[in-house]
Unconditional design. Structure first.
Length: 79
């Protein structure tokens, strides 16, 4: 993102009561422990390091879609 990084966007999303329940998955190239900790402290729901190959990335995104759209039970909209 040109004007802010993902952590800033995550902090803004999770600071807004109307957006707080939206699941946020951090997809990044970083495996640095401090980045992982900071993301979870900012209330990320998942932290995933991007795979190196395109095919592996497709597998990760497919798995994410299946998890968030078919497997997990999310809060009802009016919770």
């Amino acid at each position: 993102m040109p004007k802010k990084d993902g952590r800033e966007a995550l902090a803004e999303i999770k600071a807004d009561p109307k957006l707080l329940s939206i699941p946020v998955v951090v997809l990044t190239t970083s495996k640095v422990e401090e980045d992982i900790l900071r993301s979870y402290r900012l209330h990320a729901n998942s932290y995933i390091t991007k795979p190196v190959t395109f095919d592996a990335l497709v597998d990760v995104v497919t798995g994410l879609g299946k998890y968030w759209m078919e497997i997990v039970e999310l809060l009802p909209e009016k919770a």
